[in-house]
Design a protein around this ligand. Structure first.
Ligand code: CUA
Length: 185
């Protein structure tokens, strides 16, 4: 009796085609995901490269001291600028409102630091020479820890900041008096 060669060959070809189709879908899905992350600035590292010279951070450009902290943008969102350096953040305490789109723009003045806000999607690196931008939204008020989570030297474990989320109305009232806010005491 001859083996069922034709039938088994057909079956193999069918499986092969199915698997080929599936792999095309997998590749298309991955490409779509990468494109989405790039467009929405969710890639790590980000595809849109912005630079800041770490040697002149405090002298010129958007990261001079008077420009650090939280400010209300014309569209009602909040923009926070911060710097990481061995072994602290500036500002050390960041104040943000609830129920508001908040964008962080931060960089490092020396080595690579981590920038993470507990309980949020904010989790990136601060790389000297580059600006990290990440957006989030805080639904409820309260304090969030902001540890540096990249080993940056002997003082790394002591490098902690704090994010104070306050009621939107209170934040706007504070923002009325001063242009840049922080909660450093
Ligand atoms: Cu900065 Cu670890």
């Amino acid at each position: 009796m001859p083996p069922h060669e034709p039938e088994s060959v057909l079956r193999a070809a069918r499986l092969e085609r199915r698997w080929a189709t599936l792999s095309v879908f997998i590749v298309a899905f991955l490409v779509a995901m990468a494109a989405y992350a790039g467009i929405h600035q969710a890639a790590m590292p980000q595809s849109r490269v912005e630079t800041a010279d770490p040697r002149t951070l405090h002298l010129a450009g958007e990261f001079i001291e008077s420009n650090l902290g939280s400010a209300v943008e014309p569209d009602g969102s909040v923009l926070v600028r911060a710097i990481g350096q061995q072994y602290s953040f500036t500002p050390q305490c960041i104040v943000v409102p609830t129920q508001t789109p908040v964008t962080f723009r931060a960089t490092s003045a020396d080595v690579v630091h981590g920038f993470l806000i507990a309980g949020t999607n904010v989790n990136t690196m601060l790389v000297p020479g580059y600006i990290s931008a990440i957006s989030t939204r805080f639904e409820t008020a309260g304090d969030r820890d902001m540890p540096c989570h990249e080993f940056c030297g002997t003082g790394h474990e002591g490098m902690w900041g704090k994010v104070k989320v306050i009621d939107r109305a209170a934040f706007l009232a504070m923002a009325g008096d001063r242009r840049r806010l922080n909660c450093v005491e």
